[in-house]
Design a protein around this ligand. Structure first.
Ligand SMILES: Nc1ncnc2c1ncn2[C@@H]1O[C@H](COP(=O)(O)OP(=O)(O)OP(=O)(O)O)[C@@H](O)[C@H]1O
Ligand SMILES: [Mg+2]
Length: 265
């Protein structure tokens, strides 16, 4: 994280979030409030590294509630104590939590309706909630049975589609950028898309959007020896090649406030 973030008092989730640097070594900051972010790429490409930057900002923000879902448990596990909700490998828990989030979203819309406002804003009583899902496909295509996976996918789609104005930010990562995991209708709900190295140009297009590879933005061309390098597409723009910042386990533990940071014993 940039020093600016921690030196000058608490962060806000309404502030830009530092994600890394671009090809000209310019900082890449993204503003996630009222937006969602999808990231995908092959194993080891840098997805969890990217997510940890976003989670670090949210954990340090004084106005953000952090909800984490991590089928592997260790990718986001260092933030467990800082999170309001942490779901591991249980699909049933994930579904229960999504129902809770959906109910929270609906009650915020009731409130906004009553206040004659269109969206929550900085300083009002409702703190944004950042839901981070590392390995989306684990919940939507691997765990449980067909019925429960569909329930998960429907709930998640609703939260992504309707949550933005209620201050619900969804950040999701998947190793499998295929049409069954990320159908176009779902992909298009993500204002930010970050494609790390993919195996084919088709999977690169599934993350970024149809046709980008033929315009020279192809994540399958990323060198496999450069994890953390990806193409970031922000709503309405063109993909920007960048390298994500990377927090070590020790740094994460320090930010998360663990006394015994980094000890494997
Ligand atoms: N931005 C980065 N800068 C430098 N090294 C990185 C960066 N991101 C990732 N790496 C290196 O690559 C390794 C794999 O990264 P990461 O765990 O983020 O991959 P992943 O895409 O989440 O993989 P998986 O799909 O297996 O979970 C890290 O352990 C780290 O060594
Ligand atoms: Mg990972």
């Amino acid at each position: 994280m940039r020093k600016r973030a921690t030196e000058y008092g608490p962060l806000s989730i309404y502030d830009p979030i530092y994600l890394g640097i671009d090809e000209n070594a310019c900082p890449v900051d993204i503003t996630l409030i009222y937006k969602n972010l999808l990231t995908a790429g092959e194993p080891g490409a840098g997805k969890s590294g990217a997510l940890n930057n976003l989670v670090a900002h949210a954990a340090l923000a004084s106005d953000c509630r952090l909800w984490l879902m991590d089928g592997k448990r260790v990718e986001l596990g260092l933030w467990r104590d800082r999170a309001e909700v942490f779901v591991g490998s249980s699909l049933d828990d994930a579904i229960d939590r999504l129902r809770e989030l959906q109910a929270e979203m609906d009650s915020r819309y009731d409130q906004l309706d009553g206040w004659k406002l269109r969206k929550i804003s900085r300083g009002d009583g409702n703190h944004p909630i950042m839901l981070v899902i590392d390995e989306l496909a684990y919940y939507s295509a691997t765990a449980g049975d067909k019925r429960t996976r569909e329930t998960f996918s429907l709930l998640l789609r609703d939260v992504i589609a309707r949550g933005r104005a209620a201050g619900i930010i969804v950040v999701a990562a998947t190793q499998r950028p295929s049409a069954d995991i990320i159908p176009t209708s779902l992909r298009d709900l993500f204002g930010y898309r970050l494609a790390f190295r993919c195996t084919t140009e088709t999977s690169s297009d599934i993350v970024l959007g149809h046709g980008w590879h033929s315009r020279g933005f192809d994540a399958s061309q990323i060198d496999p020896t450069t994890p953390g390098v990806g193409l970031l597409l922000a709503e309405g723009g063109i993909p920007r090649r960048m390298r994500c910042a990377y927090l070590s386990d020790v740094e994460i533990s320090r930010i998360a406030g663990h006394p015994d940071s980094g000890s494997a014993a």
